[in-house]
Design a protein around this ligand. Structure first.
Ligand SMILES: *Cc1c(COP(=O)(O)O)cnc(C)c1O
Length: 409
């Protein structure tokens, strides 16, 4: 696995405190790799939540270049923005998290596939289709055991009957049946087989009502990589599209042919010598163990750096790579993560200077696997969370810039 990053030779503009660089070629290549993992299924790249923080439209463009033929989003606003951007072309777009009053007519007009995940939505979808003057393309989401969104087994017969009536009168086309797994990130978990069986039951009930959906889909990233028996017609990976491992306990990204697309870097704003015994940052959770040099990184929790990744008596701080050549090393945040900044103990022999670039995470297998640049999974472990939350929360104040030789943003 390559580490495409050189810590000190960044082209981060002089005077710019920080940026997230998104490698669109990586997103394209990750989608290609995921298609190889599910060779007989189509692929829906999930680009909700601003493309997991990478930028929804550029991420969609890169995923389509990698062979995705579907794009998935959570909200109506995301779906309409994606269609308005024009990147989607012939790709299908599916939206699955809707509330009463959602703009069903706009979605149908924009050729977005909509989800029926609860009894209330059947009538609203039909009304939206009548208003738009064309049938709504509907995916029925069934709850097979996640107990989150989706029609329960008890409600399913009634919902299927109403959809069949609306299909007969031309207001809807039931084009998909889908569900979502609770524990796919724990391969072999018995709930996966239970949900798969419940999904098959639901698909049979739909067929028995005379409905003939084009696609059945159940697999998220973890199932795309580890559970071929649930690939069905379409797989729906999200996190893996961005090059992060959905099952880190089984291996880093490279184990699945993936590479992380986002690099987060910042310029040191201050480098200064302090004596031994100095408390560092709010609450003095960290005390300098010797005369040393501190470096200030201008990113904090307002930028999405988790405060749980504070270091010192608060725990093992989030990792940051500094220096180049022989001086390259991974340090841990010293003390509290503040709103706008964090501090590093660069050590007594530090050669870093103000303006040098530090890398918080990048295209790496992770320091847990011996890399000299951290990845988002390393941050997840330092903060007691998952890599999804690390990349998705990078704040609006951090500009995204796009890299990649082939795919243009
Ligand atoms: C977010 C989401 C996905 C993608 O999940 P990953 O774990 O990121 O692969 C797929 N399907 C649904 C319904 C989702 O909400």
């Amino acid at each position: 696995m390559r580490e495409s990053l050189t810590v000190s030779s960044s082209d981060l503009a002089p005077g710019a405190p920080a940026r997230a660089v998104v490698d669109l070629d990586a997103i394209r290549d990750n989608v290609r790799a995921l298609r190889d993992h599910a060779p007989s299924s189509d692929l829906m790249a999930v680009v909700k939540a601003d493309g997991y923080g990478h930028g929804m439209v550029p991420a969609a463009r890169a995923a389509l270049a990698g062979g995705a033929t579907w794009l998935g989003v959570a909200t109506a606003h995301e779906a309409l923005a994606l269609r308005a951007s024009g990147v989607t072309g012939d790709a299908r777009v599916l939206v699955w998290l809707l509330v009463p009053g959602a703009p069903f007519a706009d979605l149908v007009r924009a050729d977005v596939d909509v989800t029926v995940a609860a009894p209330w939505s059947v009538d609203e979808v039909a009304a939206g289709a009548r208003e738009a003057g064309r049938p709504a393309r509907v995916h029925l989401k069934v709850d097979t055991g996640l107990s989150r969104n989706g029609v329960t087994p008890a409600d399913l017969p009634g919902v299927v009957r109403r959809l069949a009536t609306l299909e007969a009168s031309g207001e809807v086309r039931v084009v998909g049946v889908f569900s979502h797994l609770a524990c796919a990130d724990e391969p072999g978990h018995p709930s996966v087989a239970r949900q798969a069986a419940a999904f098959d039951d639901a698909a049979r009930a739909v067929a028995a009502a005379g409905l003939r959906p084009e696609v059945r889909h159940l697999a998220n990233s973890a199932a795309t990589l580890t559970a071929p028996e649930v690939h069905h017609d379409l797989v729906r990976p999200g996190i893996a599209v961005y090059g992060l491992s959905p099952v880190p306990q089984l291996g880093p990204p490279g184990a699945y042919g993936l590479r992380p697309a986002m690099t987060l870097e910042a310029r040191l704003g201050n480098v200064k010598a302090v004596p031994a015994g100095e408390g560092v940052s709010y609450g003095h959770l960290y005390t300098t163990p010797r005369d040393t040099v501190l470096g200030l990184v201008p990113l904090g929790y307002a930028d999405g750096i988790p405060r749980h990744a504070s270091g010192g008596s608060a725990g093992v701080g989030g990792p940051v790579a500094v220096g180049s050549g022989d001086a390259r090393r991974v340090l841990r945040i010293a003390g509290r993560v503040c709103m706008d900044q964090v501090v590093l103990d660069l050590g007594p022999d530090a050669t870093e200077r103000p303006g040098d670039v530090a890398t918080l995470f990048g295209a790496s297998e992770g320091v847990a696997h011996g890399a000299t640049v951290p990845n988002a999974q390393d941050w997840a472990e330092a903060a007691g969370t998952i890599s999804y939350e690390i990349v998705t929360r990078i704040g609006a104040r951090v500009p995204r810039t796009y890299a990649g030789k082939d795919v243009q943003p």
